[in-house]
Design a protein around this ligand. Structure first.
Ligand SMILES: Nc1ncnc2c1ncn2[C@@H]1O[C@H](COP(=O)(O)OP(=O)(O)OP(=O)(O)O)[C@@H](O)[C@H]1O
Ligand SMILES: [Mg+2]
Length: 267
């Protein structure tokens, strides 16, 4: 799609070592505003590691990251958030004891000013209303807002985590937010997977760049504009979805199909 514009997110030559494990090896990846990129690969291929480099949770050993053309260096996820980047982690980070509304608005709670201006307390009613409104706009339905997250099913938790990041990233619409999703539908049933598919498409239509890690190939073919495949820490394919098919993608994932980017040394 919008190939001539500056990518919202642009990684080049990213390498990351966990001790002796080379999790990422010279990976390039970009996503334009409004583009949905699926990041695929077998277990341990480096997908979560690459997303965590983009979200500021991990630092690359080598390589550069640009956000809307500007070179950045992330030390923490809040550095990335300050650049409009939100991530839903594979291992969800929700606070069990809090209810849904609190989890969604966590970190940006509306505070009521006391009579002397300094007595503040959380405006819970408003929080619930805001969270409900946001979820309705996004087309996400889940359990009642007041239910503690520890009482939710795995799938409902996944929806809440996704909704939270979706709410935050839509707040970044102006400058072009970036949403990173690590297997967001792994715990979801049929209906909710469709809902997430719609949500992703709607966010992209609003100019958000979405990078989604998934093992669900039908989902990938349904939503992605472009497919990037990692094999043991290396990028082996980067293709427009309409220019490829299921067999090729499976071949790149398993390694039976040669990389598009010929290795310099024989394997
Ligand atoms: N914290 C860590 N310390 C050491 N090695 C790690 C760590 N996290 C991941 N690895 C290793 O890095 C490699 C890439 O892992 P990563 O989690 O990125 O894979 P993935 O593609 O997300 O796999 P999956 O589909 O199973 O989620 C693997 O070999 C893994 O064992
Ligand atoms: Mg992973």
């Amino acid at each position: 799609m919008t190939e001539k514009t500056t990518p919202a997110l642009d990684l080049s030559d990213i390498s990351l070592h966990y001790g002796f494990v080379r999790a990422l090896d010279g990976v390039d990846l970009h996503a334009h505003p409004g583009e949905i990129v699926a990041l695929l690969g077998d277990n341990g291929a480096g997908k979560s590691t690459l997303l965590k480099v983009m979200s500021g949770a991990h630092r690359a050993t080598m390589g550069t990251i640009r956000v809307h053309g500007e070179a950045v260096s992330f030390h923490t996820p809040s550095d990335a958030a300050a650049h409009g980047i939100q991530m839903v982690y594979q291992d969800l980070a929700l606070v069990d004891a809090f209810d849904i509304a609190t989890n969604i608005t966590l970190g940006e709670e509306p505070v009521v000013r006391g009579p002397f201006g300094w007595l503040g307390w959380l405006d819970r009613k408003r929080m619930r209303r805001d969270a409900e409104q946001e979820l309705a706009t996004l087309g996400v339905t889940t359990a009642p807002m007041t239910r503690p997250v520890e009482m939710l099913s795995g799938g409902q938790r996944q929806v809440v985590a996704l909704a939270r990041s979706a709410v935050r990233v839509t707040g970044e619409e102006e400058r072009g937010g970036i949403l990173l999703l690590d297997e967001p539908t792994a715990a979801l049933g049929y209906q909710q997977t469709r809902q997430v598919e719609d949500l992703i498409a709607r966010l992209a239509a609003r100019g958000i760049a979405v990078i989604i890690v998934t093992h669900d190939l039908p989902l990938c073919f349904a939503v992605a504009d472009r497919i990037v495949i990692l094999n043991r820490g290396r990028k082996v394919a980067d293709v427009r979805t309409r220019d490829t098919d299921n067999d090729s993608v499976v071949g790149w994932i398993t390694g039976s199909k040669p990389s598009q980017f010929a290795p310099t040394e024989p394997v």
